[in-house]
Design a protein around this ligand. Structure first.
Ligand SMILES: CC(C)(COP(=O)(O)OP(=O)(O)OC[C@H]1O[C@@H](n2cnc3c(N)ncnc32)[C@H](O)[C@@H]1OP(=O)(O)O)[C@@H](O)C(=O)NCCC(=O)NCCS
Length: 272
């Protein structure tokens, strides 16, 4: 296969300066010890969705403001939003309250003109938030748009990790993404499952992806699975069992079909 490293893309200098200043402002506000994250979320979303249009409180209080508009204004404030993970039994309510405004800001930014497709600004914006949401966020975290988390605070992300579009990271328990993990578009990584008989019987355990693991497009990793260094789930595969280092699991349920050619001798044994 031809070697095709990513191209470099540069935004115009004038717009770049505005983006840099805006991102710098948000990063600075978030780093303040007494930062009101709910207020920050509301303000950033108001500026994004109602650019230059008056004052939030006045618009909301004005009875001439249409009800639908007031509903949207209310929805910019995470106090007025019920996110799905808040219904989960195992939530740490206090911890979630800390990250909720940033998760709501993340999701809502992704639907805005700045976040929906602008990779340059989007990756930097999400990196700023991730450092305040995740349990750990290593260097160069690269996250594309429309990624969903459960609690966010259970994400343990090492260096040079890439997460592509429309990925679901169900961190009801810890999800460990080691150095250089890559998660491709539409992949799902779970940490919980339900009993066949009783829907409310939920078991959960951490899911661990070792260094250099790749979950390719539309792959699914079930809760509690461990994938060794350089392991891989092929397109559309469902990993229902642990994957040994350098093994490529394919299909549903995914089984070891290939051992990578760069595998050390001890990793070469195929699964039966
Ligand atoms: C695994 C993959 C790389 C194919 O590897 P490959 O070495 O070229 O494998 P081949 O096409 O020679 O197929 C080997 C066998 O696996 C099967 N196979 C290949 N891909 C499969 C898949 N995704 N699911 C199920 N079976 C698959 C083939 O049918 C073949 O089976 P056979 O031996 O019974 O005939 C490819 O299927 C894949 O999943 N690519 C993901 C794309 C990717 O890299 N995305 C990341 C973007 S960041």
């Amino acid at each position: 296969m031809p070697h095709r490293p990513l191209r470099k893309v540069k935004l115009p200098e004038t717009s770049g300066r505005v983006f840099d200043a805006w991102l710098g402002q948000i990063e600075e506000r978030l780093s303040e010890r007494d930062c009101d994250r709910y207020r920050l979320c509301r303000q950033v979303l108001f500026d994004l969705y109602y650019p230059g249009i008056g004052d939030y409180d006045e618009l909301l209080a004005d009875t001439k403001t249409p009800l639908a508009t007031r509903a949207v204004l209310l929805s910019l404030d995470p106090h007025n939003i019920a996110l799905e993970p808040e219904y989960y039994h195992e939530i740490d309510v206090d911890r979630y309250a800390q990250v909720k405004p940033l998760l709501w800001l993340w999701q809502s930014f992704d639907r805005s003109p700045v976040g929906a497709g602008n990779v340059d600004v989007g990756v930097r914006f999400r990196r700023i938030l991730a450092k305040h949401v995740f349990q750990r966020c290593g260097k160069n975290f690269k996250c594309f748009q429309f990624v969903q988390f459960s609690f966010g605070y259970n994400m343990d992300v090492a260096d040079n990790v890439v997460v592509h579009r429309y990925v679901l990271l169900d961190d009801r328990m810890p999800i460990v993404l080691s150095n250089r993990v890559s998660v491709a578009d539409y992949a799902n990584i779970y940490t919980h499952s339900h009993s066949l008989v009783d829907q409310e019987d939920v078991s959960s355990s951490p899911t661990v992806l070792g260094p250099g693991v790749r979950i390719t497009y539309h792959g699914t990793v079930l809760g509690g699975i461990e994938i060794g260094e350089q392991g891989m789930v092929g397109a559309l595969g469902v990993a229902t069992r642990d994957i040994k280092p350098y093994h490529v699991h394919l299909g549903i349920p995914a089984i070891s079909k290939i051992v990578k050619s760069n595998a050390p001798p001890e990793a070469r044994a195929q699964e039966s």
